[in-house]
Ligand binder design. Structure first.
Ligand code: AMP
Length: 114
């Protein structure tokens, strides 16, 4: 989508601190990290949020989570773990309308979130 920030990041039009890229997915460090490790994994194809993903996207959703977990291990979270978050729409606190998984770790995270 032309006016979507994360589509632009996936295309390299807007710069990011890239961690990983393949044909379907793109991962990059969050610009305002809330933990020592905080990165985002997105599908390159525009999907506004997780509830907009359809049945045909199930494999993609699986890859999104699996890739987030693999990258979390690569970035040092294997021992301590972390949090994998998908915010959705206004009540979920989603501010960028392009599906993304947050991965946070490197410190103890409280639950529940505020
Ligand atoms: P959410 O509130 O779940 O939609 O999360 C959006 C996330 O995108 C926030 O954590 C922002 O800090 C992050 N973000 C916004 N703009 C950028 C950017 N240009 N590069 C990296 N992360 C960004």
């Amino acid at each position: 989508m032309d006016d979507c920030l994360f589509c632009k990041i996936a295309r390299g039009v807007v710069p990011s601190r890239k961690i990983f890229e393949d044909g379907e997915l793109f991962a990059f460090h969050d610009v305002a990290p809330q933990a020592p490790v905080h990165f985002l994994v997105i599908p390159k194809r525009h999907i506004a949020n997780v509830m907009e993903a359809g049945g045909a996207d199930e494999a993609l959703l699986g890859r999104l989570l699996g890739t987030a977990a693999s990258l979390a291990k690569e970035l040092g979270l294997e021992e301590g773990g972390g949090r994998f978050v998908v915010n959705c729409k206004a009540d979920g606190g989603q501010t960028v309308d392009h599906l993304h998984i947050h991965v946070l770790g490197g410190r103890s995270l409280r639950w529940p979130p505020g």
